[in-house]
Ligand binder design. Structure first.
Ligand code: ACO
Length: 330
C-alpha cells in the first residue's frame, strides 16, 4: 500500500479535529469536503461564512458537517486574546494587539490549537512559509525538552531498494536556514520521531556531509561531527551514524567501505542534511529527477501539529497534509 494510503488509514482509525485558517480559499473549500467525505478528520474552517459558502456554491462543493467560524465575530475571540496576551506579554504584546491578532484567521487558528479546541492546523495555500510558521513558533512552541522546531519531507521513491521500500525521511528542508550543531542534533531526533510516527519505520539516521568519517577537514564537517555526538548522547539507543556522504548513507557497498561495521551506512532511511540549502535542494532533486512523491514540509519537534502548504498546492496536497497532521495529533 502506498505511504499516503497507510497514513490516511491511520487517520481514519482515530479521528482528530483540524482547523483550516484559509477557509475562504477555493482549494481549501474543495479539500475540506474531500477530507470529511473520506472520514480523515473533522474540520473547522475559518472565514466569513457567507464568503466560504459562496466559494462552495461556485465549485459545487457540499460543506455539510463542517464548522465555519468567523474569527472577527467569534464568542471565543476575547478568551483567545486574553490567553495570547498572557503568552506574549513578556515580549511586549498589549491586550489591544492580542485582540487585533486573533481577528486574523492564522492567529485565531493557532490559538484554537493552543487552547485545545482543535488538534492540529493546516495552512499556507495563500500564506508564505514564514508567515505561517511565525505564529506557530511563537504560540505553540517546541515540545518540552526539544527547543528546536524543524521540518521533514516524507519521500516515497519509485526505486524500492532505498530506505524502507522506497520510503525515506529528509530533514530539515524548510525551517532552519543555518543550524548550529545542537540544532542539527535536535533535527536528527525530530526526524527519528517522524520516521516512527508517520512512516512506521525504525529510524536509521545518517548525518550527511561532504565528508565520511574524517575524509575531509573543514569547520562545516566538524559541525556535523559535533551534531552526531550530541544526538547520540541525547538518545544512545538511536541507530545513527555520521558524518556520512550521501552515497555512503544509501549504497551498501560504499557504506561498508567508508564506514565499516556501521548499522546505518548503506541502509539509512532518515537523512539529516547539514543546512537548509542542502535539504531544500536535496528533496527537490529527488522529487524531480527520481520521480519521488514528496509530502511536506511536516513540522517536527513542535508541541502540537501545525503544517504548512506550498502556495502551488493542489486540492489533493491539502487532503494529504490534513491526514498527516491528524496522524501527528494521535
Ligand atoms: N524552533 C523553535 N522556535 C523557533 C524557531 C525554531 N526553529 N525559529 C524561531 N523560533 C522562535 C523564536 O525563538 C521566536 O520566539 P519568541 O518570539 O518567543 O522569542 C519566534 O520563533 C520568532 O523568531 P524569529 O527569529 O523572530 O523568527 P523569524 O522571523 O526569523 O522566522 C522562520 C523564523 C520563519 C522559521 C525563519 O527561520 C524562516 O523564514 N525560515 C525559512 C522558511 C523558508 O523560507 N523555507 C523554505 C521554503 S519552504 C519549501 O520550499 C517547502
Amino acid at each position: 500500500m502506498a505511504l499516503i494510503d497507510r497514513i490516511m488509514e491511520k487517520a481514519r482509525s482515530n479521528v482528530k479535529h483540524i482547523v483550516l485558517p484559509e477557509g475562504e480559499e477555493q482549494r481549501n473549500v474543495q479539500a475540506a469536503a474531500k477530507v470529511v467525505a473520506q472520514g480523515l478528520a473533522t474540520l473547522t474552517m475559518l472565514g466569513d461564512p457567507a464568503k466560504v459558502q459562496a466559494v462552495a456554491q461556485q465549485t459545487g462543493t457540499d460543506l455539510t458537517g463542517i464548522e465555519i467560524v468567523d474569527p472577527a465575530a467569534s464568542p471565543k475571540a476575547e478568551a483567545y486574546a486574553q490567553a495570547l496576551y498572557e503568552i506574549r506579554k513578556a515580549k511586549g504584546m498589549t491586550v489591544e494587539e492580542a485582540r487585533k491578532l486573533v481577528a486574523d484567521p492564522m492567529y485565531y487558528g493557532v490559538m484554537m490549537v493552543k487552547m485545545g479546541d482543535a488538534d492540529g492546523l493546516v495552512s499556507g495555500a495563500i500564506h508564505s512559509t514564514g508567515d505561517m510558521l511565525r505564529p506557530a513558533l511563537q504560540i505553540i512552541k517546541a515540545k518540552p525538552g526539544m527547543k528546536t522546531v524543524s521540518s521533514c519531507f516524507l519521500m516515497e521513491c519509485p526505486d524500492k531498494s532505498f530506505g524502507q521500500d522506497g520510503v525515506m525521511i529528509f530533514a530539515d528542508c524548510a525551517v532552519i536556514p543555518c543550524p548550529t550543531a545542537q540544532e542539527l542534533a535536535n533535527i536528527a531526533l525530530g526526524a527519528a520521531d517522524s520516521a516512527r510516527s508517520l512512516a512506521g519505520m525504525e529510524p536509521k539516521v545518517a548525518m550527511l556531509s561532504f565528508s565520511t568519517k574524517g575524509s575531509a577537514k573543514h569547520d562545516l564537517v566538524t559541525k556535523v561531527q559535533e551534531a552526531t555526538r550530541i544526538a547520540q548522547e541525547m538518545d544512545p539507543q538511536l541507530q545513527l551514524d555520521g558524518e556520512l556522504q550521501v552515497d555512503a548513507a544509501l549504497v551498501e557497498a560504499v557504506g561498508q567501505l567508508k564506514s565499516p561495521g556501521s548499522k546505518v551506512a548503506g541502509h539509512a532511511n532518515t537523512l539529516v542534511f547539514p543546512d537548509l540549502q542542502a535539504g531544500n535542494i536535496g528533496y527537490k532533486l529527488v522529487q524531480r529527477l527520481a520521480g519521488a512523491e514528496a509530502y511536506g514540509p511536516v513540522l517536527q519537534g513542535i508541541a502540537k501539529p501545525c503544517n504548512d502548504l506550498s502556495r502551488g498546492c493542489s486540492v489533493d496536497d491539502i487532503v494529504a497534509t490534513v491526514a498527516i497532521t491528524a496522524v501527528q495529533a494521535q
